[in-house]
Design a protein around this ligand. Structure first.
Ligand SMILES: [Zn+2]
Length: 69
């Protein structure tokens, strides 16, 4: 399921979805956090910027989710 949210790196409303299991594990490791349930990934081609449901810019620099197998 996707939801349209604003992506500040695209400067547009784009579809986003919640992270899947391996992606959540990657982000937990990246941030050193126990839970990352609030994060969404931008699905615009080539973007994969991360935001949360309430914060369009949770990090000063973009964190882009890698493509995981
Ligand atoms: Zn984007």
């Amino acid at each position: 399921m996707t939801t349209d949210e604003y992506c500040w790196t695209c400067d547009a409303d784009e579809p986003h979805r919640k992270l899947e299991g391996p992606e959540q594990r990657w982000l937990k490791n990246r941030l050193g956090r126990a839970a990352v349930n609030e994060f969404l990934v931008c699905l615009a081609p080539g973007c994969r910027n991360l935001r949360t449901g309430s914060n369009k810019r949770p990090f000063p620099e973009p964190i882009r989710l890698p493509v995981l197998d």
